[in-house]
Design a protein around this ligand. Sequence first.
Ligand SMILES: [Zn+2]
Length: 448
Amino acid sequence: MIESKQSLFVQRCIAPECRAEYGLDDRLYVCSRCGGLLDIERLEDVAVEAASLRDVWLKRRSSADARDRSGVWRFREFLPFDDDTAVVSLEEGNTPLYDAPRSADYCRLPQLRLKHQGCNPTGSFKDTGMTVAVTQARKLGARIVVCASTGNTAASLAAYAARADLLCTIIVPGGQVSPAKLAQALDYGAKVREIDGNFDACMNAVRELSEDDSVYLVNSINPFRIEGQKTVAFELAEQLAWQIPDHLVVPGGNLGNSSAFGKGFRELLRSGFIERQPKITVVQAAGAAPFARFYADASRSTLINEEHPKTLASAIKIGAPVSWQKAWRVVSETGGSVITVTEQEIADAKAVIGRDGIGCEPASATTVAGIRKLVEEDVIKETESVIAVLTGHLLKDTDYVMKYHNQELVRPDGERIVSTFGNSPVRVSASRTAIDEIVGAALRGRPS
Ligand SMILES: [Zn+2]
């Protein structure tokens, strides 16, 4: 092992005309010279033996060491920490990659699989980044960690802060976070502050808070979050026996996910683990789609924020996506695209995923809805292999699910969503006839 691994890494401004370099332990969130986003960068390519490292990573899955049991720290050769760093972990990662025949039929795409990041400890993909960001917070000696959140980040940060014994303050848009996510944050002991305004207003508030030295900001603007999330690309490649799919499709909100997957695959390619990257495509809800509009605009000069984002998929209800420049680099580098889907398409796709026995939150279903559209438009060919990334668990937003199945789901503009695959409960008496009827009805609903 290398003596001081972290000396091989720096923080680097991603603005091409700036590229300013900072130490790993400089407490920055954006470039202090130009305000650009920061990336963690490896200074020199460490000679890694891809073949032997693949073996090491696989063997760690049967190890009892806490770092090896984490699907993030298992890949620590690519993380900017010394090997003796005390990591803050909840055994995140190692999430399933599912076959999903009904979803595949729905998309008319035989080779569709779902990578379910909702199977992380707090039920969303945020945990893979949070384990790294909170580890860094503790290393820097921060006393308080803060974030703005639409819910999932709050739940995740609250849990990791509790594990690290750090104080935690979370700013959420009042009345706009699903009760399940809020419940998680409260139970893990975070101080939750609701403000009048949307997510973007919360983001401005935490930026001001983070000017205090005892405070560490862990929104996805924080480059250490992306470092953790990039390991999902490593895990996915391993699950696919290092055979990279043609397409990877992710939901688009703050755009940290697409940025992280892109960085992960880019590093794997550079180190000789894989021979090409998948095309990375981002799907946004039509009512919260600043990145899709940027993509559709031929000039592509700058992203124009959406002041009043509207979607029932609250996890991606974001009008000013922090990581859009990183995400744009990924989409353009890999030849992917950015598209939108309607509230109706999201709701139906979510129900179809459910019929595969896989429960996700609405934002996750943008992927299957988007893939169906891309196959229809022949952007994705029927013979291609596609991975859809599900970002959060069904139990994150049961209100949405119940309303859909009870034909009560209403779009932000007041229009009713059609429950194409609705499945509402029926009240019956406890009599013998009623019981016989239940069995009969169940069998009639099923092809023999
Ligand atoms: Zn800069």
